[in-house]
Design a protein around this ligand. Structure first.
Ligand code: M6R
Length: 588
């Protein structure tokens, strides 16, 4: 869960490496470093953000790394790249080397001196030994990676060469094809300013990169044919474009993200096998989208939907059931979700993956892929990918309903119409930013909050609480509003902010009773509701248009996202890079 980059070409490498690392910083930001290989290897690395690098090493071939610490605290010495004992190689690594302890013992016995506490450093010491025996960079690299266990994307350079070797095994690595220059990166935005022609690497692929060529091999050194493809992301989509934070930009991109997701869902026309039961597996925000999917699909199709956190799904014993298993992961790289997908496949389930990233790992582990087309999401807090996931689940419900003739609760045409109106609904909700900003002022000094919802909007309350915790560091808990009186109500006291999502549907009357419960305890009650009547029971109301029950989660999501954003901003938090977190969590 780090970002890595490799460049070889006609330009000065350092500046490109630093720029690319800034684009990858969402993956980790504990420390950063670069190395170039023309002549002797030169390195600049340190604890802190990429912006602390000067990036003025001379040379045309180099590698870079931005770190999210797993093995070894964030520090200068634990920063990548590592250059080993002889300084003739430099490597960067993303993933976990599981046999690092044993390797370290063997290597230190042989006389290698370690400079860091990381698992990654073993790679460069092995490379040195292998090069000593073969005298060939390619052979040495292939022999090195065969000794590693775990997950890894590695990029390596050798003194005086313009060649770079890279490998992908269960951590992302993508090649970018330029003109007189080539790239390897953890993600496409890393080199999107230079090229949009990419080669998606698969697990077990090794890449030999020079300024003029990209050659692919397997671990045995046997050549593999791989095709380049063009991605339709623009460089601007990975820039802030005048917004103060990526998160805010991405919140405001939701109408467009929705348009393109809806368009691509209809164009792809995916088939969903019908088993009469669905299991959803995901983490974090993707889990919350899955939870909304559960409520929706059960409501409109009348078939049972189970949902699991991916880290828990793996503990589930094999049960006798026929179920379509749906994995939701915006990055497509979340380790817990990938492991769960492998388990489901092994057990013979039919699987679907919902992801935002072309060719990401999840796409290799499932039978069918649904791509959300939200464009690159850089802010660590997921926003537009959440609503795009929601749209995909709605679409899934819709097409299953149509195909199997099971839309008992509503008319197909009505649903399609509501679905197509989602971008407009979100657009209208965004108009309430100023109103939300004022409410953020009221809560920004608080340390605890509640979020309440019922039915389809309970998952949106969960997402609101997650966003608030993640970026403002306020402790926020979400409850199905009916649960409050079974314990948490004891914590409701004068002034504590309670955000309640109140929609005009079968949950409305009960939600009004819950508003009364908390306002009787003098909580500061904030309702997200288009119903004027609600003013009688609350301190503040965010009147986003909800357009009835079924599609209201889209508008309500915008409200909770903006509330978290503006509260975090008032608290002076690092909104795009919250502490201890990273965008893709590639460790279990
Ligand atoms: O890439 P994924 O959707 O699999 O990521 C899952 C979670 O790590 C992610 O949603 C996380 O909770 C976000 N930072 C929340 O904003």
């Amino acid at each position: 869960m780090c970002g890595i980059i490799g460049y070889s070409g006609y330009r000065e490498a350092s500046a490109i490496l630093v720029e690319s690392l800034k684009k990858l910083e969402y993956r980790g930001y504990d420390s950063a470093g670069i190395a170039v290989a023309d002549g002797d290897i030169k390195v600049e690395k340190k604890r802190g953000y990429v912006s602390s690098l000067r990036g003025n090493l001379e040379g045309h071939t180099g590698i870079g790394h931005t770190r999210w610490a797993t093995h070894g605290e964030p520090s200068d010495k634990n920063s990548h790249p590592f250059t080993g004992c002889t300084g003739e190689f430099a490597i960067v690594h993303n993933g976990i080397i599981e046999n690092y302890m044993r390797l370290k013992e063997e290597l230190t016995e042989k006389g290698h001196r370690y400079e860091s506490d990381t698992d990654s450093e073993a790679i460069v010491h092995i490379l040195e030994d292998e090069y000593k025996s073969s005298g060939d960079f390619k052979k040495a690299f292939l022999n090195t990676i065969k000794k590693l266990e775990g997950s890894f994307a590695i990029v390596a350079i050798h003194r005086g060469e313009d060649r770079i070797f890279g490998v992908k095994k269960e951590s992302p690595l993508i090649a970018g094809m330029g003109d007189g220059e080539n790239f390897l990166g953890s993600d496409i935005p890393a080199f999107l300013s230079y090229t949009n022609r990419v080669v998606i690497m698969e697990d077990g692929d090794v890449c030999e990169l020079t300024p003029e060529s990209l050659t692919f091999y397997d671990f045995e050194g046997k050549k593999k044919e791989k095709k380049g493809e063009y991605v339709n992301w623009t460089p601007e989509s990975a820039e802030k474009s005048g917004y103060e934070h990526f998160m805010l930009k991405e919140i405001f991109e939701q109408p467009i993200a929705m348009e393109s997701t809806i368009h691509s869902l209809f164009s792809a026309d995916t088939d969903f096998p019908y088993y009469g039961r669905i299991t959803i597996v995901a983490c974090g925000t993707s889990y919350n989208a899955g939870m909304a999917g559960k409520y929706l699909i059960e409501k409109i199709l009348g078939i049972p939907v189970d949902i699991y956190y991916a880290s828990e799904y793996r503990l589930r014993p094999e049960v006798r059931e026929r179920s379509l298993v749906v994995f939701i992961t915006q990055s497509g790289e979340t380790a817990d979700t990938l492991t769960a997908a492998k388990i489901a496949r092994k057990r013979g389930y039919k699987t679907v993956g919902i992801t935002n990233v072309l060719g990401s790992s999840i796409t290799h582990y499932v039978d069918n892929v649904i791509y959300t087309s939200a464009g690159p999401e850089i802010g660590v807090a997921a926003t537009k990918t959440f609503t795009a996931q929601l749209a995909s689940l709605y679409y899934m419900g819709l097409s299953m309903g149509e195909e199997y003739g099971i839309l008992p609760q509503m008319k197909f045409e009505e649903f399609i119409e509501g679905f197509r109106r989602i971008p407009r609904l979100i657009e209208k909700a965004l108009d309430y930013e100023e109103n939300i900003k004022k409410i953020a002022h009221k809560i920004s000094d608080e340390e605890n909050m509640f979020y309440l919802g019922r039915g389809l909007n309970y998952p949106i309350a969960m997402e609101g609480a997650l966003k608030m915790k993640e970026i403002s560091y306020i402790h926020a808990e979400a409850y199905p509003a009916g649960e409050l009186k079974h314990g948490p109500l004891a914590l409701v006291r004068k002034g504590i902010p309670v955000v309640a999502i109140v929609t005009k549907d079968e949950t409305y009357d009960k939600m009004i009773s819950n508003l009364r419960e908390v306002s009787a305890r003098k909580a500061m009650v904030i309702a997200i509701s288009s119903e004027r009547e609600v003013d009688n029971y609350v301190d503040y109301r965010i009147p986003v248009p909800q357009n009835g029950s079924l599609f209201s989660p889209f508008a309500n999501t915008v409200a909770v996202q903006l509330l978290a954003y503006h509260t975090a901003k008032l608290r002076g938090c690092a909104i795009d890079k919250p502490r201890n977190l990273a965008k893709s969590v590639t460790v279990e």
